[in-house]
Ligand binder design. Structure first.
Ligand SMILES: [Zn+2]
Length: 304
């Protein structure tokens, strides 16, 4: 699966056998990212046969236990498994102070380094970039500083129309420029427009992760049209509105409202309160507003 989101935990603070705390593995071609790391993340990774050789970056949305208490166990196990690749943890600056000592103690013999890359949770900024993907923080509205994340592929190269390129005798040495959209000039000085020699690039993929948060439209500009939006829905709309506001969480209907406003392709729900026994009512509630809504359960994989 080239592009997928695997749900390791779809529950919120109180875990159960069927619903672990929040954690997800995002696969974008050969890149793999872990988003949040609730307790039991390593158990789920093993249970779902998730390979972690390419897992080099972990993104932690906020410092509530159900989103980060799995880190020390996971890192300690990586040490026992003989991991050698460095591991970068992107999070609120306080995380290193809180778990750095534990990692040094419990993973003292590891062959890899754990590198903390703090971000400022108050502003939206790019916190990761390589040649194919960028990750941007999306500040959310929660009881402690919290950020969601936007994972975006960079613009992919244009496709070469081999027949046309041959017809104009374009040398192979010029193919890179062609893919970048540059016009070709023949030895006689004739300009051949790039669009005659190439076709549109494959659409780049974009995924947004938003947990935990009260309803907020402040990130609409960033999430517009994403292929996949994961949005927390801790409660259903039957929840007391005061509770919803003071706990700074969202209902399934609110998540769906945002998905509809942002024109996303697919909405994934999760982070359900343990007072609910089934995810079905969350999906039903969201679909009254936004049809492409899916309530996640542990172990689900969503391709995009
Ligand atoms: Zn929280």
């Amino acid at each position: 699966m080239e592009y997928s989101l695997r749900i390791l935990g779809s529950g919120s603070a109180k875990p159960s056998i069927n619903r672990f705390q929040t954690s997800q593995v995002l696969q974008m071609r050969e890149r793999q990212f872990l988003i949040d790391c609730g307790e039991g993340t390593q158990t789920r990774l093993r249970q779902y046969n998730s390979r972690t050789a390419r897992l080099n970056h972990i993104f932690i949305s906020h410092l509530h236990g159900d989103h980060c208490l799995g880190l020390v166990g996971l890192i300690s196990t990586f040490g026992m498994l003989g991991r050698t690749n460095d591991l970068v943890i992107h999070s609120h600056p306080d995380l290193e102070r809180v778990i750095g000592e534990q990692i040094k103690f419990f993973a003292a013999d590891s062959l890899f380094k754990v590198i903390f890359e703090p971000f400022n949770p108050e502003t939206s900024e790019i916190i990761f970039e390589d040649k194919a993907v960028t990750v941007r923080t999306l500040p959310l509205k929660h009881t402690v500083p919290t950020c969601g994340f936007l994972f975006e592929e960079k613009q992919l190269p244009r496709h070469i129309n081999k027949e046309m390129a041959d017809a104009f005798n374009v040398p192979i040495a010029f193919y890179k420029e062609l893919k970048d959209g540059i016009d070709f000039i023949t030895p006689d000085g004739e300009v051949v427009e790039n669009r005659r020699l190439t076709t549109e690039p494959t659409a780049r993929k974009r995924v947004a992760y938003m947990s935990d948060t009260a309803y907020s439209e402040k990130n609409l500009q960033w999430i517009e049209g994403v292929d996949l939006l994961y949005h927390e829905s801790t409660y259903l709309s039957d929840i007391d509105i005061i509770k919803l506001k003071t706990r700074k969480h969202s209902s399934a209907a609110q998540a769906a409202e945002l998905a509809k406003k942002a024109g996303v392709k697919k909405l994934i729900l999760g982070h359900y309160s343990s007072t609910y026994t089934s995810s079905k009512p969350f999906q039903d509630e969201a679909r009254t507003i936004f049809l492409e809504s899916y309530a996640a359960n542990d172990g689900d994989t969503f391709e995009f």
